[in-house]
Design a protein around this ligand. Sequence first.
Ligand SMILES: CC(C)(COP(=O)(O)OP(=O)(O)OC[C@H]1O[C@@H](n2cnc3c(N)ncnc32)[C@H](O)[C@@H]1OP(=O)(O)O)[C@@H](O)C(=O)NCCC(=O)NCCS
Length: 174
Amino acid sequence: MSALERHSLRLQLRVIFRLAEREDLPKLEWYGKYTHFRRLFERTYQEQLRGERLMLLADVNNFPIGQIFIQLGSADELWLPKHAYLYSLRVMDAFQRQGIGSALLREAEALLRERNYSSVSIAAAKENVAARRLYERHGFQVVAEDAGRWSYVDHEGITHYVNEPCWILEKSLR
Ligand SMILES: CC(C)(COP(=O)(O)OP(=O)(O)OC[C@H]1O[C@@H](n2cnc3c(N)ncnc32)[C@H](O)[C@@H]1OP(=O)(O)O)[C@@H](O)C(=O)NCCC(=O)NCCS
């Protein structure tokens, strides 16, 4: 054992996967890193209450260290297949590369299967090679590309335009 190893402590953390509650919203800002998404988090939460989206969190000690949001598409007719869209997958830096991102993908898929969704898609920024690799390992396949243009209004009311070309990947849940 080296001198440095004598000063280490091995932790076992319990990660709970659950839907967001109102008191999680400020915590999703991750102490300033995502303050600019305050309105987006609030709107997504309202959409979750209306049954249009889900905010799935990876919770450690009542703090969301990871998240994935789900846009629930609805079929025009009951018997038509339903398709959902996953987005905003992120895990706090210190908790990455330990399987939490993969677990969030698996939990999101399980939630969709329970709701009888037949397929799901996700976007990976073209420059985010690691994200595309992760999704492909989970059975997603590239089906299209997209200009990735979207906008959001930050916590001060300023509109930001994002331009992030991406791959669209899809997976069957059947
Ligand atoms: C993409 C992201 C969500 C992945 O989260 P994560 O928790 O690190 O994901 P995982 O741990 O499940 O997998 C990541 C890698 O760690 C590896 N890994 C998983 N468990 C591991 C472990 N116990 N020990 C070592 N490596 C491990 C996986 O094999 C994977 O390897 P890869 O890079 O070759 O694909 C995370 O990197 C992130 O938040 N990035 C910034 C935001 C982002 O880019 N989001 C995607 C938007 S398109």
